[in-house]
Design a protein around this ligand. Structure first.
Ligand SMILES: C[S@@+](CC[C@H](N)C(=O)[O-])C[C@H]1O[C@@H](n2cnc3c(N)ncnc32)[C@H](O)[C@@H]1O
Length: 285
């Protein structure tokens, strides 16, 4: 072929080849992630690992399996905060939990839990609502390393001030410090909050229905996915919820273009909280 490829075209080709190599070598399929942000992260990863180009990264991902946790960390952005978007947590506290209170056992699936800050925020809300003892939280993520950190529940103490403000803005009546102990530069979440949490690896791309959930939290994960993958994941959530169950997405995410949109109603549109109204394909006609 004589045609000269320009630099972005060559870069796109390298990123595609990297994605194929990662899939074939390790079974992780990133082909349906949003292309522009994926390309940026692949290139950053190549730099971090001191590869001359993405092609160099392909070689390493094939021949150095021990790099996989770094690669997944670099591609998946495991950042989070406690009570991130406090107004949303306040809505869950004031409007969603009272509705869940009628169930004798409450199952919550938190998909894409990253380092666990949201899991513990939710556990605090449930504890304060008197519901935690009959709740099971299944906290899942693609990244084994993120799950390990989530399970440890250890964070930099410098984050505590902001998290404390978030907690108050989310309607917290106590002091956030009641839920952790601080030592030097770190804080550790109280083990009591972990008592009803199960951490597990689950890949939203390739794994199936996870549990029969009354509430699914999946925030700031779909933004990294293409519309096709978002559609797939939102159908998975529909199939994992009990009728009348709740789905909480990130504030920049929505159901608008998903085929499952007709199965949900907006419970609090601004907060991206939806409720499952029907199971169209399971309905008896
Ligand atoms: C930006 S964090 C969101 C954390 C938290 N939900 C929040 O909103 O603060 C995105 C998380 O999604 C996870 N993730 C990305 N792709 C995934 C997939 N295919 N299956 C499961 N988790 C995935 C990443 O590992 C990362 O921990």
């Amino acid at each position: 072929m004589d045609e000269i490829m320009d630099t972005p075209e060559l870069e796109n080709m390298e990123v595609d080849l990297f994605v194929q190599a990662l899939h074939r070598r390790h079974g992780y399929d990133f082909s349906q992630y949003a292309p522009a942000s994926l390309k940026r992260r692949v290139q950053q990863l190549a730099q971090q690992l001191q590869c001359r180009s993405v092609s160099g990264l392909i070689e390493r991902v094939i021949h150095e399996p021990q790099l996989l946790p770094n690669v997944l960390d670099g591609l998946t952005v495991p950042v989070s905060d406690m009570f991130r978007d406090p107004a949303m947590f306040r809505t869950v506290r004031e409007q969603v939990l009272p509705m869940l209170a009628s169930y004798p056992q409450i199952n919550i699936w938190q998909a894409g839990c990253a380092h666990g800050q949201e899991v513990y925020s939710l556990a605090i809300l449930l504890e304060e609502a008197g519901l935690y003892d009959r709740t099971q939280i299944f906290a899942t993520d693609l990244s084994e390393r993120a799950l390990q950190q989530a399970e440890e529940g250890i964070y930099p103490v410098r984050d505590a001030q902001q998290w404390s403000r978030n907690y108050q803005a989310a309607g917290g009546k106590r002091s956030l410090a009641d839920y952790y102990s601080a030592r030097y530069s770190l804080l550790k979440i109280d083990q009591r909050l972990r008592r009803n949490v199960t951490f597990a690896r689950h890949n939203l791309v390739s794994d199936g229905v996870f549990c029969e959930a009354h509430l699914i939290f999946c925030r700031n994960v779909l933004i990294y996915f293409s519309n096709v993958l978002q559609d797939h994941v939102l159908s998975l959530f529909r199939d994992s919820l009990v009728r009348g169950g709740y789905l909480c997405l990130g504030l920049r995410e929505s159901l608008d273009y998903a085929s499952a949109v007709h199965d949900f109603t907006a419970f609090e549109e601004k907060m991206r909280i939806y409720r499952l109204t029907s199971h169209s394909e399971h309905e008896v006609t």
